[in-house]
Design a protein around this ligand. Structure first.
Ligand SMILES: CSC[C@H]1O[C@@H](n2cnc3c(O)ncnc32)[C@H](O)[C@@H]1O
Ligand SMILES: [Zn+2]
Length: 428
């Protein structure tokens, strides 16, 4: 057995106690062997003066949208998608997606994210990038049927099922998949129902956008006289491993339904603020027993992939939404970015405990904005940023050591992504 010892730091335990301990990792199995004092490994990762925390989980993004960062800002969702984003995405190639996903991987590794969910196109290129980067991901082909005839709509949904079947378990098990209909209003209801049934047969979960804006709620209310998530349930959605992004405009009946079914919600506070989609009732969801994770959404509506920002935004916005300064506290957002994200992605990460996946971030506390250190959970939620991350470990492998990436050449990834981004925009 080959081992790695993350030594000399303070460790964030699953109950959010912080203790001085080493973390011993089985590099072959990619799991945590022990959390204790005075451990030794074949290789050491110095965590002196650092906080060792579970690798963060970005539970909803469109990774290759890094190429579209800054092409269109300051618009609401519908206009942004239809006038700016979709016309450019129509010109995307597989090599663009590879370059954009690698850029996203650099950004995520640098900011301590070790797992993400990706809904996009050209899944083979996404999987290649995840494999090369050493990250963990649940990936899928996003289906949009608006503007397509029935054959094209079904071909798009079939592509999503095929990709989910083909890539589940890729990259030594670090890649899992889902059927990914874009939303309840951009996929034809017959297609949604029939291919969700196929996803069940294939044994993969379903990930989709829901209740992001009132424009996604009102047509379903008008047409079916019921809330979108009740309608979604009737179409076969909301099984325990399913997860939806946003859930901004959800009511108490929908929170109860989510809690009952076990389907998760990925809260994307920065994207929801930037597109002025609204304030998700996160405190209500958590009180109802819904599993809530955090996501950045794509880099064109955020505009970065730093989950530390998302923790802070979730705490701040949660208080405004509830009109209560005690709502969505530091402890809650740290849980949402770690264990909550892992639960939503159905991966055994998000906690530092023997037996769990060895997905870790090591945060350097030697900084003015992290001084003094009364409460490190408070610092994670309110003061730290992705650039404070010193080392990142996924599946027992060191992906960043002393701020140097080990799997990707950051400079050439950035150069290639810039070239692809420019050529894409010129072509579109
Ligand atoms: C069909 S692949 C995914 C699709 O989703 C688009 N997208 C990016 N951000 C959002 C968002 O906040 N709501 C809805 N759709 C979004 C992305 O551009 C792709 O086209
Ligand atoms: Zn999205």
């Amino acid at each position: 057995m080959s081992t790695l010892c993350v030594s000399g730091g303070r460790v964030l335990l699953p109950d959010h106690d912080v203790v001085r301990a080493d973390v011993l990792v089985d590099r072959d199995e990619g799991t945590i062997l022990a959390v204790d004092e005075d451990l030794d490994g074949d290789e050491t990762l110095d965590a002196d003066g650092c906080l060792v925390l579970p690798g963060l989980v970005n539970a909803h993004t469109h990774a290759a949208m890094t190429l579209l960062r800054g092409i269109a800002d300051d618009k609401p969702l519908d206009a942004w998608l239809q006038e700016d984003i979709w016309p450019v995405e129509a010109a995307l190639t597989s090599e663009d997606v590879r370059a954009g996903t690698e850029l996203a991987a650099v950004e995520m590794i640098r900011s301590g994210t070790t797992a993400f969910a990706d809904m996009y196109f050209e899944v083979d290129a996404v999987v290649d990038a995840v494999e090369r980067a050493g990250l963990r991901a649940r990936v899928g082909h996003g289906v949009v049927t608006v503007g397509k005839d029935d054959d094209a709509a079904r071909e798009d949904a079939s592509e999503s099922i095929r990709a989910a079947e083909r890539f589940d378990g890729a990259a030594d098990g670090r890649v899992s998949t889902a059927f990914m209909p874009h939303s309840l209003t951009t996929v034809d209801p017959d297609v949604l129902r029939e291919y969700t049934a196929e996803a069940r047969e294939a044994g993969v979960p379903v990930h989709f956008h829901a209740n992001e804006t009132t424009d996604e709620v009102d047509p379903i209310l008008d047409e079916h006289d019921e809330r979108p998530l009740a309608w979604a349930r009737e179409q076969g959605l909301l099984e325990p491993e399913d997860f939806l992004a946003h859930g901004v405009h959800t009511d108490a009946s929908e929170h109860d339904l989510l809690a009952e079914t076990g389907a998760g919600v990925v809260h994307c506070p920065a994207s929801n603020m930037k597109l002025a989609s609204g304030m998700a009732p996160v405190q209500d969801m958590r009180e109802a027993g819904v599993t809530v994770a955090l996501g950045t959404d794509g880099a064109a509506s955020n505009n970065d992939l730093d989950v530390f920002d998302e923790m802070r935004d979730a705490a701040m916005l949660g208080k405004l939404a509830a009109d209560d300064a005690s709502a969505v506290p530091a402890d809650a957002v740290v849980e949402m970015a770690t264990q909550g994200g892992a639960d939503v992605l159905s991966i055994d990460s998000g906690r530092i405990e023997a037996g769990a996946n060895a997905d870790l971030a090591v945060l350097d506390l030697d900084a003015a904005h992290l001084t003094p250190q009364h409460d490190l959970v408070s610092h994670l939620a309110y003061a730290a940023t992705g650039s404070d991350v010193r080392h990142t470990v996924c599946d027992g492998q060191v992906l960043m050591r002393d701020r140097e990436l080990t799997t990707l050449d950051a400079a050439s990834v950035r150069e290639r992504a810039s070239e692809h981004a420019q050529a894409l925009v010129d072509r579109a």
